[in-house]
Design a protein around this ligand. Structure first.
Ligand SMILES: Cc1cc2nc3c(=O)[nH]c(=O)nc-3n(C[C@H](O)[C@H](O)[C@H](O)COP(=O)(O)O)c2cc1C
Length: 216
């Protein structure tokens, strides 16, 4: 059992990375071998619309033809038993790197047929987690969730199963006094970091355990 996680934050030890680490600990608790990939370490772009993955009889049909740092990653995903994506919310959606990764991950396996079919060679479990400054009601009021739900739908369509996890009102800076951020109360942020974030970590652990649970 191999579970891979993808960090869409440029920060390797902050909220998103921490939750992904917990997810992988949960997967490891089920005996899985785990790997965390930081997308910001890789050289790649989003889909370039070459359509090699859709070409009738083409040698890259159902696969991404672009040979950059994601090519070996996609090979490893085909050998994996589960994947978990994690991203901070930047301006209402996932980071640019995560968005580019999702385009490259999903589009080659998605057929332009009616109904849509998946060309991914097997069914695996997936998860996607998000960290953000806003509260849950604010996320809904701003409509982030409608866009984020689409990610879950695409992952489920291609891989067979997906669940989402949200971590709200995250702690963003080492030192709130050093930045102009009057909107946030540093004490409330610190309290939330102490009391609520550990609960999010536990949810991430459980998500990882479910993704890696033995198939029955
Ligand atoms: C460029 C940028 C844009 C952001 N935009 C939003 C946003 O639109 N909504 C939100 O709730 N948080 C926003 N944030 C806050 C981050 O989503 C939040 O702090 C997140 O937990 C950071 O993840 P990390 O600690 O893993 O890097 C933004 C942060 C940055 C750096």
């Amino acid at each position: 059992m191999k579970i891979m996680a993808f960090n869409g934050s440029p920060r390797k030890k902050w909220n998103t990375a921490t939750l992904l680490q917990k997810t992988l600990e949960g997967a490891a608790s089920q005996g899985a071998e785990t790997e965390l990939i930081h997308l910001y370490d890789l050289n790649f772009k989003g889909c370039i619309s070459c359509f090699s993955c859709k070409k009738r009889g083409g040698k890259s049909y159902g696969r991404c033809a672009v040979r950059d740092d994601l090519a070996p990653v996609f090979e490893r995903i085909e050998a994996a038993d589960g994947i978990v994506l994690g991203s901070p919310i930047y301006l209402g959606t996932v980071t640019g790197e995560m968005r580019s990764f999702i385009e490259r991950l999903i589009f080659p396996y998605l057929t332009y047929t009616d109904p849509i079919q998946s060309l991914f060679p097997k069914k695996i479990r997936t998860g996607i987690l998000y960290t953000m400054n806003v509260s849950e009601p604010d996320m809904k009021q701003r409509g982030y969730d409608r866009h984020l739900d689409l990610n879950e739908t695409y992952l489920r369509t291609i891989f067979g199963a997906c669940e989402s996890l949200y971590s709200f009102d995250t702690y963003q800076f080492d030192d709130y006094s050093a930045v102009v951020a009057d909107r946030y109360d540093p004490e409330k942020k610190a309290q939330r970091r102490k009391q609520i974030f550990p609960l999010d970590c536990e949810k991430a652990f459980q998500l990882g355990a479910r993704v890696a649970a033995p198939r029955g």
